[in-house]
Design a protein around this ligand. Structure first.
Ligand SMILES: [Zn+2]
Length: 283
């Protein structure tokens, strides 16, 4: 139960809520729920119909899973949070920092129809009724809700996009499009690989050293050639620097690699695994 210690040390608000419904499990962020402004969730691997390495709630159509199964999975989890899965607008993730501003014209793109949203790791919208979806299996999911201007965003922060400070860039884009102020935003940092499970070499660390003045706060040397990076803390620092209030950031505390019972993990499963999703829709 390492995540509880992390929460105590950094005095972070309570974690994500684990919801159970007819065998389906999904996570929600209590602070987001309390606003009444959004429908949202982070999926687990439990409650779907996929088989084999995708057992059971794979949500990605880009895997070799049966399409019909992925649609049934998306339908189930979206129904649980009162979202029409056929309206979902999907990212097209490339571990960079491109952001797409989603409008009605994008409804269903990348899910039930073809998409011209290419090379995009973050999605934002201020239009009610448009559900956004991004995909994960160790990378860090970032959720954003601008309570003042009523806008939402999702960002896929793998280590490369964390280096590029995609969290800050998503907030910057929300600011230029919607007038978003970081201090009126709630943020969620979802299930992803934790520090102890994320081992890298010097080449990765050197990129963080280039982009973060305070890299010592989240990188630890394990031995002569290996390091551990705390991507949760790196993203938290990025959000704090951008102006998000500490008390408005919620962590899930779940490690995707440790919790094989709940999550897919790209590293643990050596790439042969399903996809988890972050989903959010403005009411
Ligand atoms: Zn772990």
């Amino acid at each position: 139960m390492k995540y509880i210690i992390i929460n105590e040390v950094t005095a972070i608000k309570e974690g994500f809520r684990v919801n159970c419904r007819n065998g389906l499990r999904y996570l929600t962020i209590p602070s987001f729920e309390e606003t009444g402004l959004v429908k949202h969730c982070f999926t687990t691997r439990l409650g779907g119909v996929s088989e084999g390495i995708y057992e059971t709630l794979n949500t990605s159509l880009k895997k070799e899973d049966h399409k019909e199964n992925v649609y049934r999975n998306l339908e189930r989890v979206c129904a649980a949070v009162d979202i029409d899965y056929r309206r979902l607008v999907a990212s097209d993730q490339t571990h960079e920092d491109h952001i797409h501003v989603v409008t009605e014209a994008d409804l269903g793109k990348g899910i039930i129809r073809g998409s011209d949203i290419r090379g995009v790791d973050a999605l934002i919208t201020n239009v009610p009724g448009i559900p956004l979806i991004t995909f994960y299996a160790d990378c860090v999911p970032l959720f954003f809700l601008d309570m003042e201007h009523q806008a939402v965003g999702l960002a896929h922060a793998g280590w490369k996009s964390t280096v590029l400070k995609i969290g800050q860039k998503t907030l910057d884009r929300m600011a230029s499009c919607y007038g978003t102020k970081p201090e009126s935003c709630l943020a969620g940092i979802g299930p992803s690989i934790e520090k102890d499970c994320f081992e890298v070499r010097e080449d990765t660390v050197s990129l963080f050293k280039t982009h973060f003045d305070n890299w010592q706060a989240f990188i630890e040397q394990a031995d002569e050639t290996h390091y551990h990076i705390d991507l949760w803390e790196a993203n938290r620092m990025t959000l704090l620097e951008a102006g998000v209030r500490e008390e408005n950031i919620t962590f899930s505390g779940f490690c995707t690699s440790c919790r094989e019972d709940l999550f897919y993990s790209h590293r643990r499963d050596k790439g042969r695994t399903g996809s988890l999703s972050a989903i959010i829709e403005l009411r």
